[in-house]
Write a protein that binds this ligand. Structure first.
Ligand code: ADP
Ligand code: MG
Length: 476
C-alpha cells in the first residue's frame, strides 16, 4: 500500500446563520419543519422580481476570509450559474465565479483555493410515492463555499480539517455548521498515484457526506478501491460517487461526460461590489468583530493552564466548560486549577452528558461556587467522593457547596483525636484482621480503613485514617 500516495481536496458548503435569505427578506430558518413557508416571489424565482444582496452574508464571508488569512477581494460580483433542476426555481443559481470574495488562506495546515458566496437550492423529496415534491424553504439561503487545494494526504487529515472548519464557523458565529442537519456539507475529491509519479491521478468526487465519520470512512474506502483498480491494471474513471452509510462503501452516481457548461455570466440584476468603498467591510472594522479563535485559545490554555491533548479540546469545543474553568481559576492556585480541570473534564462532562443541565448558557452553579468546592477538597475539608456527591447536587439544583456538604454530612473529619478514637475501636473489634496485617497481608489494611470510614459515617479523612491506623498498629 505504501507504494501509492493519496491526494485529497475538499469542497465544503456552509449555510450562513443570517436572519434572512441571500437575496430577499424571507426568513432563513433551518429548523422550520413546515414546507414552503419561508418563501417569497424572489426566492421562488417569479419573473420580474429583483434580488437584493444580504450585507450580513457578505460580511460573514469576509470575516471568515480574515480568520483564515486569505486575500479579501476588493472588487467582487455575482454570477449566474445556469442549470435546470426543480429545486433551482430561477433556472440558475446565483454564485460567484471569476471574483470570489476570498482567495487563498490556510486552515489547519491546509491551503485554501477560494471562498465564495452563493445561494442554496431548495430540497427535493422523492420518497413519498410516485411523484416528487419540492420544499423552497432552503432556496436562497446564503451559502458559503470553500474549496481547498489538493494538499490533503489522508482520511485522518481530512477529518481534522473538517472538524477545525466547523469549530471556526461556530467561533465566528457565522454558521451552526451541524453536519447532520446539512448546515455543513462536505464533498471529497480523491485520487491516488504511484509513488514517484509527479502528476496527480484521476480524481473521483464523493458527495453527500453528512458526518465527519462518513468523510473519513469514504476517503479510506476510495483510496483502497482506487489502489486495487490500479494494482489490477485497470483505470480510475472520473466520476461522482455517493457514500452508502449502511454498507460503508462509495458507489457510482454519474460519470463525468465532459466538463459542465454552466454558461456563467455576471448577474445583470445585481450591483458589482467595491469592497473598499463600503465602510462596514474595512478590515479594521471586520477584525474587531473576530473573537479569540481556536488556534489562539489552544495556545493560551497551554500557557495558562498547562493543558494539551484531548483535555484541551474539551475546552476548545465547549464554551460552558471554558467559561467555568476560566472564571473559577480566578479564585484558585495552580495546583487547584489542575484539580478543577480534572473535575470539569471528567465529572462535569459526565453530568453534562446525562442531559440534566437544561440551561444552555451555563450551569446551575456559579464558577465561584465551583472554585469553593475545589478549595474545600484541596484543603481536605471533603474527600474526592464528597466532591462528586456535592457536584451532582450543585449540577442539578445549584447551591453553596459548604451547605450541601454539611447537610449531607460530607465534611471531612481532620481532627486527629476524633480519628484516633475511631481507630482504637476498629482495632479492638478486629483483632484477628490486625494480626493478619502484621503477618504481611496488605489487603487487611484496606478492610480496616473501610471499617473506620463506616464508623465515622464516611467523614474521616481517609489518608489521615490510614496514617493513624498504621501508627497505632505498629505500637502494638
Ligand atoms: P473540477 O474542475 O473538477 O471542479 P477543480 O480543479 O475545481 O476540479 O477542483 C475541485 C476540487 O478537487 C478541489 O478541492 C481540488 O483541490 C480537488 N482536486 C483537483 N484535482 C485533484 C486530484 N487530482 N486529486 C484529488 N483532488 C483534486
Ligand atoms: Mg470546480
Amino acid at each position: 500500500m505504501s507504494k501509492y500516495l493519496a491526494t485529497i481536496g475538499l469542497e465544503v458548503h456552509a449555510e450562513l446563520s443570517t436572519e434572512t435569505k441571500m437575496f430577499c427578506r424571507s426568513k432563513n430558518d433551518p429548523d422550520e419543519k413546515r414546507p414552503n413557508v419561508n418563501v417569497c416571489p424572489v426566492c421562488v424565482g417569479h419573473p420580474g422580481t429583483l434580488p437584493v444582496i444580504n450585507k450580513k452574508a457578505v460580511e460573514y464571508v469576509l470575516k471568515f476570509g480574515l480568520a483564515v488569512h486569505g486575500e479579501l477581494a476588493d472588487f467582487t460580483e455575482f454570477d449566474r450559474k445556469n442549470y435546470f433542476y426543480p429545486d433551482i426555481p430561477k433556472g440558475y443559481q446565483i454564485s460567484q465565479y471569476k471574483y470570489p470574495l476570498v482567495k487563498g488562506g490556510e486552515l489547519s495546515g491546509v491551503r485554501l483555493t477560494r471562498v465564495h458566496l452563493e445561494e442554496d437550492t431548495g430540497t427535493s423529496i422523492h420518497d413519498r410515492g410516485d411523484y416528487g415534491l419540492v420544499d423552497y424553504n432552503r432556496a436562497g439561503v446564503p451559502l458559503m463555499e470553500l474549496v481547498t487545494e489538493p494538499v490533503i494526504t489522508s482520511a485522518v487529515e481530512a477529518g481534522v480539517f473538517a472538524r477545525e472548519l466547523q469549530l471556526l464557523l461556530r467561533y465566528l458565529k457565522i454558521s451552526e455548521a451541524n453536519m447532520e442537519k446539512g448546515e455543513m456539507r462536505v464533498e471529497a475529491n480523491i485520487s491516488v498515484r504511484p509513488e514517484g509519479q509527479s502528476e496527480f491521478g484521476t480524481k473521483v468526487e464523493v458527495k453527500n457526506l453528512n458526518s465527519f465519520r462518513s468523510v473519513e470512512r469514504s476517503i479510506e474506502f476510495e483510496i483502497e478501491r482506487q489502489i486495487e483498480l490500479l494494482e489490477s491494471g485497470k483505470e480510475v474513471v472520473q466520476e461522482t460517487r455517493g457514500f452508502d452509510e449502511n454498507k460503508q462503501v462509495t458507489f457510482s452516481q454519474r460519470k463525468k461526460e465532459s466538463a459542465h457548461d454552466y454558461r456563467y455570466f455576471p448577474d445583470p440584476d445585481l450591483p458589482k461590489l467595491k469592497i473598499s468603498e463600503i465602510p462596514e467591510f474595512s478590515e479594521d472594522v471586520l477584525r474587531k468583530s473576530i473573537p479569540e479563535l481556536p488556534v489562539e485559545k489552544r495556545e493560551r490554555y497551554k500557557k495558562d493552564f498547562g493543558l494539551d491533548g484531548s483535555k484541551i479540546e474539551m475546552f476548545i469545543s465547549n464554551q460552558n466548560f471554558a467559561d467555568l474553568l476560566e472564571l473559577s481559576a480566578k479564585h484558585l492556585d495552580g495546583n487547584e486549577i489542575k484539580i478543577a480541570v480534572n473535575y470539569i473534564t471528567s465529572d462535569v462532562a459526565g453530568l453534562a452528558k446525562d442531559g440534566t443541565n437544561t440551561n444552555p448558557s451555563g450551569f446551575a452553579f456559579s464558577p465561584k461556587q465551583f472554585a469553593t468546592l475545589i478549595s474545600m477538597y484541596s484543603s481536605n475539608k471533603i474527600s474526592s467522593r464528597g466532591v462528586k456527591d456535592i457536584l451532582a447536587v450543585m449540577y442539578k439544583d445549584g447551591g453553596e457547596p459548604e451547605k450541601i456538604a454539611e447537610d449531607k454530612g460530607l465534611i471531612q473529619q481532620n481532627d486527629e483525636g476524633a480519628i484516633i478514637a475511631v481507630v482504637s475501636e476498629v482495632l479492638k473489634e478486629n483483632e484477628s484482621v490486625v494480626n493478619e496485617y502484621k503477618e504481611g497481608k496488605e489487603s487487611s489494611l484496606k478492610f480496616l480503613i473501610g471499617q473506620g470510614m463506616k464508623k465515622s459515617k464516611g467523614s474521616a479523612n481517609p489518608s489521615l485514617l490510614q496514617e493513624l491506623l498504621i501508627k497505632e498498629i505498629s505500637k502494638r
